[in-house]
Write a protein that binds this ligand. Structure first.
Ligand code: PLP
Length: 520
């Protein structure tokens, strides 16, 4: 493909994508294919000779599209939203076109610097605790619109110190500037963020244990480490534990599906009595199962007392914090050592785009730094080298799509998008609550509604099977405190009231059949 053909084919591709998204509702939400379907449609070996572009695109329609689950479809209500928007797609396109690999500042200064600035922008948009953000003496946070950095009224904890960044006292500014060691980075997934937090926490605890008990070897400490999370935390916490070779305790939640301090405290006490070493708590704001929230304040106080790293996973819910009215949810976040959220879920960014903030960047660097000669550069002392902040060396220029999308929509446009999804979830909740055959499980606070048919778990299982098999709508289940529930997430970018009504109507029709067929 030469320059001229790239120009032509690139324009065609933009048309193809725009047409696909415009007419997506004409397609089935989920594919009707069996595992291995594609192998029979494609040649066994790669072509020896160059092929015609038209033939390739024809095969996209004939072979690939039949196996696509249409995540942007208005009837797709599974998992959480998969972010998508035209500015973000264009950001991805430019990133691919530049073809850079930004592992260090020197490898492409704009890639690193834009990333730092975007993490700062988003942190401010969400009103995150100041400890996570690069210090900027010229920013008067307390004056900025809808970004007061005062999500709690506590005066007696670390957050009051954090919030004092807005103080006009120059001497104080200078002191804070020297001390400030927080910051953010873009990683490929929430799973990666949680793994990285675990690795940093693990190194920190092993180092401090070794100092207090020089006779203990690293391996002996590692074998005793314990991480705590809730039963409803995403499975990536368990996976991170497998990789880091540490125990992960999945603790029970209360009747609001929230991990409480008392449960955590009891588990820590029991483990310490056995000679084990607690080192990390991974709390969740917006669980995948039912969008419940752990009690960060209670957990945070325990973490502080017990000297445990406190990570908070807000992969989905975090985006809502750009709206002031949802910031009450993050009460207690000021105790966290690290926090992650996925703009590629609910902030109109394409996958991949996970934000990870940390209170002490040196905890990451201590856990993950290696420094071969070929990666060193003369600005290493003054610049950020993100290769020390994660697992991968090579890094994509993800910040471009953030920059494009935030500027194109403005924070106002993004807030409108979040608020619309939350409003539509309420519309759907109201429809469900008017039908006495359904129970709504948990509170509907953001864009997720969890429900089930009254009666046995089997009945709701049958309902979901029937709905998903029909290809009319797609949802996934979850299990909370032994109840099988169906999760309805508002996902489509331009979801409407009508979409809620159509979805509810489809669910009602299938419920009629399932109840007739299976209820005795
Ligand atoms: N944490 C929560 C709360 C999630 O909902 C998810 C995925 O849905 C994850 C973590 C894992 O996200 P990722 O696919 O980015 O690893």
């Amino acid at each position: 493909m030469d320059d001229a053909e790239f120009r032509r084919r690139g324009k065609e591709m933009v048309d193809y994508i725009a047409d696909y998204l415009l007419h997506i509702s004409d397609r089935r939400v989920t594919p009707e294919v069996e595992p291995g379907y594609l192998r029979s449609m494609l040649p066994k070996t790669a072509p020896e000779k160059s092929e015609n572009w038209d033939d390739i695109m024809q095969d996209v329609e004939q072979a690939i599209m039949p196996g696509i689950t249409h995540w942007q479809h208005p009837r797709f209500h599974a998992y959480f939203p998969a972010g998508n928007s035209y500015p973000s797609i264009l950001g991805e396109m430019l990133s691919a076109g530049l073809g850079i690999v930004g592992f260090s500042w020197a490898a492409s200064p704009a890639c690193t610097e834009l990333e730092t600035i975007m993490l700062d922008w988003i942190g401010r948009m969400m009103s995150l605790p100041v400890a996570f953000l690069p210090f900027d003496p010229h920013q008067h946070y307390k004056d900025s619109d809808d970004s007061s950095f005062s999500q709690t009224d506590d005066d007696d904890d670390e957050s009051s110190e954090d919030r004092s960044v807005g103080n006009d006292d120059d001497e104080h500014f200078e002191q804070k500037q020297v001390e400030h060691i927080g910051g953010g980075v873009l990683l490929g997934s929430a799973s990666e963020c949680i793994l990285v937090a675990m690795l940093a926490a693990r190194t920190k605890k092993i180092t401090s244990k070794r100092q207090s008990d020089p006779l203990m070897e690293d391996g002996q400490i590692l074998a005793r480490l314990v991480c705590y999370t809730s039963k409803l935390a995403h499975s990536c916490v368990e996976k991170a534990g497998l990789i880091a070779m540490v125990r992960v305790r999945q603790l029970a939640v209360d009747e609001h599906f929230s991990l409480r301090g008392k449960t955590l405290e009891e588990s820590i006490r029991a483990d310490k009595e056995k000679g084990l070493i607690p080192f990390l708590v991974s709390g969740t704001l917006g669980t995948t199962s039912c969008c419940s929230y752990d009690n960060l304040k209670e957990i945070g106080e325990i973490c502080q007392r017990e000297e445990l790293w406190f990570h908070v996973d807000g992969a989905y819910a975090g985006s809502a914090f750009i709206c002031e009215e949802y910031r009450y949810i993050m009460e207690g976040l000021q105790y966290a050592d690290s926090f992650n959220t996925n703009p590629n879920k609910w902030l109109l960014m394409n996958f991949d785009c996970s934000c990870f903030w940390v209170r002490d960047k040196f905890a990451l660097i201590n856990a993950m730094s290696v420094d071969p000669l070929y990666l060193q550069h003369k600005h290493a002392q003054q610049a950020v080298d993100y290769r020390h902040w994660g697992v991968a060396l090579s890094r994509r220029f993800r910040a471009l799509k953030l920059w494009f999308t935030i500027r194109s929509y403005g924070i106002e446009g993004l807030r409108h998008y979040i608020r619309e999804h939350c409003r539509l979830a309420k519309v759907f909740e109201l429809l469900l609550s008017a039908d006495p055959r359904f129970d709504i499980i948990g509170d509907v606070t953001l864009g997720l509604v969890c429900f089930r048919l009254k009666g046995s778990n089997k009945l709701s299982q049958k309902l979901l099977l029937s709905l998903n098999d029909s290809g009319q709508i797609h949802m996934v289940p979850s299990m909370v405190n032994d109840l099988y529930i169906i999760r309805f997430a508002v996902c489509a970018k331009h979801a409407t009231d009508d979409d809620m009504h159509v979805a509810f109507h489809v669910i009602q029709e299938h419920a009629d059949n399932v109840i007739t067929e299976y209820r005795v």
